[in-house]
Design a protein around this ligand. Structure first.
Ligand code: ATP
Length: 688
């Protein structure tokens, strides 16, 4: 290194001394100044540099290669120039000044660079990408905050360290030596995080390799985000699918009330297509007046159950609208429209279904009426004819002949079969209730009347048939009212004045001799003629005994079902025997007798035979002897008298006319027996 002497220790000399020492460019041997207080003198002394007041002395003591003249004094410069050794280089003070300026500029530059690098650091620290750079010695020169977060290594720890000691798996040394960039490489960090990184070699302006840089992203976070987005997307598509397939009409508007979404049900109901709604303000939307969406956006409160009519066909709907509030901010509103006209039509269908079920109340048809006798065939023919007309029918026949069965069959064969069949047992309803039951009543018609009044059975049967069983039993007052209904085809509720027109087919039935009733004044002749326009007489079983075998088989099937038995039928001999009996209770009695036979049969027996019947028939005979035919016109004392007469006659017969034995058997005195025999006109022959 060349030796140097600085002449002049003023400001310039001092600066030069500092530079030469810092840069190590030359070995400063001595500094010269006649003023030993000059600023450079002190620094020289501290640095162990010799201080002289005469430069010539220095030259005599040291081998000096370079003399720097820093006095700014031209005379001094010329003297040194002339007296120095030839090989010694002399640098004038002005040059030293230039150097000084350069130094100042360098300092400013350094300041600026430092400032810039601070700024760059801030920028690099604020980026989300991790960045690590190394120099050619593989020392870390850049380690930004994101790199710190992703790798978990402290920035302060990393700076200046060998990358290999910091992260053994780092590929930066490889890039540094190969000079080849490596783009978008996946890498697993020791802390378990997955990164995607791009590594590039760095060159200076002359193409010299100066280091390598890695820029990387945290894939774990990205993957988590991607997962969240995927989840959100699937929820969104699920919601969309639900909304699109919903039968409820749905519309969604944004916070400004502009249409965002509607579903096909909305278009079906309102007639509004997507392009008429999406992006358009919902100012009036589906109905007149303020839009429900706008009201909800204004008040931030839901609207529930608003009723309105919408669409070209003015369908009745109920609307529910709710605000959509996310994190306290109003994002829009969702409206759901329920079409209640569909509900109404469902309700109608339900009513219809109910009506069909009701027709099951009229459960028999002509197929259920058994009998091939001439009498029965004729009755069935008449009934079928009656079924095809709206006419009032009067079914006549003894008790148990099948009048109700015929009434069912007529209703079910008529065009009213899908409407109601209402059966009224006129004998069972008390006189006082009869009118209100049949014709209904208005609210307040009598004490105990229901609020809003009540429909009567005629209204109930509207569109269908009403079966007035035991019609002979109704009072004269009710007969007048019924006649009016049959003539006018309208009813007036009890306590009301407004006539209500009704469309009901009347099927009446009686076992009474109405003609006799007319004679004694208990039945109105005009009503009789009204009812008797289409009379159907059903013959008693004793007049059509040829029906017995077929009836027996039919009834056995029915009994098997009722009692869970498996009787197959009746032998011809048994059927013949049953024909000998008169069946005063007709088919009902026949059915009861067969039922009792079946119950008494052994489960191994499959056919009803003679052996099963005799005891039963004798029981029947006893019952017949001991029973009296109860007809509505008979009074209790008449019935008791009749029973008494039959009992006495039967007991006399049993004891071959022996009155003493008969009186004893009946628990009466002989005198009393005679008295009763006379009273009942029991034949003299049996009175011996
Ligand atoms: N021809 C028939 N074929 C099949 N079953 C019959 C027939 N006639 C009557 N029945 C049956 O006999 C029973 C009595 O019939 P129904 O009640 O119709 O007689 P009714 O004349 O209305 O009697 P009442 O005057 O006492 O009311 C019922 O179980 C019915 O099914």
């Amino acid at each position: 290194m060349r030796t140097c002497m600085i002449v002049g220790a003023g400001k310039g000399g001092q600066a030069l001394l500092n530079i030469l020492r810092e840069t190590n460019m030359m070995n400063v041997i001595a500094i010269v100044d006649c003023n030993l207080d000059a600023p450079g003198i002190q620094i020289a002394r501290e640095a162990g540099i010799a201080v002289y007041s005469d430069w010539k002395v220095v030259l005599t003591r040291f081998e000096i290669d370079v003399i720097i003249e820093a006095t700014g004094n031209e005379a001094v410069f010329e003297e040194i120039r002339d007296k120095r050794e030839k090989h010694t280089v002399l640098i004038p003070g002005s040059v030293a000044n230039i150097v000084l300026n350069l130094i100042e500029e360098k300092e400013i530059l350094i300041d600026t660079l430092q400032h810039q690098s601070k700024q760059q650091e801030i920028i690099l620290d604020s980026t989300h990408d991790g960045m690590i750079a190394i120099n050619v010695d593989e020392e870390v020169t850049l380690f930004n905050r994101s790199a710190e977060k992703i790798t978990g290594i402290r920035k302060a720890q990393a700076r200046g360290k060998l990358i290999g000691s910091l992260m053994a798996s780092s590929m930066l040394p490889r890039v540094l030596s190969s000079g080849q960039p490596e783009v978008n490489q996946e890498q697993l960090l020791p802390n378990g995080r997955k990164i995607i990184t791009t590594r590039i070699p760095m060159f200076d302006e002359e193409g010299k390799r100066i280091g390598a840089l890695a820029v990387f992203k945290d894939m774990t976070a990205i993957e988590e985000m991607a997962q969240e987005v995927t989840n959100l997307k699937s929820i969104q598509s699920m919601l969309e699918a639900i909304i699109q397939s919903s039968d409820e009409a749905i519309s969604v508007v944004d916070g400004d009330g502009k249409g965002l979404m509607i579903n096909p049900a909305y278009t079906r109901l309102t007639g509004l297509e997507r392009d008429e709604v999406i992006g358009k303000p919902a100012t009036t939307d589906i109905s007149e007046g303020e839009s429900m969406h706008m009201r909800v956006l204004r008040t931030r409160k839901p609207v529930r159950g608003a009723q309105m009519k919408v669409g070209p066909s003015k369908r009745e709907v109920v609307v529910n609208v709710s605000p959509v509030i996310v994190d306290g901010r109003l994002k829009g509103s969702v409206g759901v429209i329920h079409d209640i006209s569909e509900l109404h039509s469902l309700n109608n269908q339900l009513q219809r279904a109910r009506q069909i079920i009701r027709t099951l109340e009229a459960k028999y048809s002509f197929e259920d009426i058994i009998g091939n006798s001439e009498e029965m065939t004729f009755s069935i023919q008449q009934a079928k004819l009656a079924a095809s007309t709206p006419a009032t029918v009067l079914l006549r026949g003894e008790s148990g002949t099948g009048k109700e069965l015929f009434a069912h069959a007529i209703h079910n064969a008529s065009d009213r079969k899908y409407n109601k069949f209402v059966r009224v047992n006129c004998a069972a309803i008390s006189e006082s209730l009869f009118e209100s039951e049949l014709f209904g009543y208005e609210e307040g018609a009598f004490s105990g009347a229901k609020q809003g009044g009540k429909r009567g059975l005629f209204e109930e049967a509207n569109g269908g048939s009403i079966f007035l069983d035991e019609i002979g039993e109704i009072s004269l007052t009710t007969q007048v009212k019924l006649l009016r209904v049959l003539q006018e085809r309208e009813i007036v509720r009890v306590g009301g004045s407004k006539p209500i027109s009704i469309n009901v087919r009347v099927i009446a039935a009686t076992n009474a001799k109405l003609e006799k009733r007319i004679m004694d004044g208990s039945f109105r002749e005009d009503l009789y003629y009204r009812l008797n326009r289409l009379p159907i007489q059903i013959a008693p079983l004793k007049q059509r005994k040829e029906d017995i075998a077929a009836l027996a088989n039919h009834l056995i099937t029915k009994i098997n079902q009722d009692y869970g038995r498996n009787v197959e039928g009746i032998t011809p001999a048994a059927a013949e025997y049953l024909k000998e009996y008169d069946w005063p209770g007709n088919v009902r009695e026949f059915e009861n007798v067969l039922g009792r036979i079946v119950i008494h049969m052994d489960s191994s027996e499959s056919m009803i035979d003679l052996a099963h019947i005799p005891s039963l028939l004798s029981e029947q005979k006893d019952a017949e002897i001991l029973s009296v035919e109860r007809t509505p016109e008979k009074t209790l004392s008449q019935l008791v008298d009749e029973f008494e007469k039959k009992t006495i006659s039967q007991t006399l017969e049993l004891y071959d006319g022996n009155k003493t034995a008969t009186a004893r058997a009946l628990g009466v005195s002989l005198r009393n027996l005679y008295y009763k025999m006379e009273k009942h006109d029991i034949e003299k022959s049996s009175m011996q």
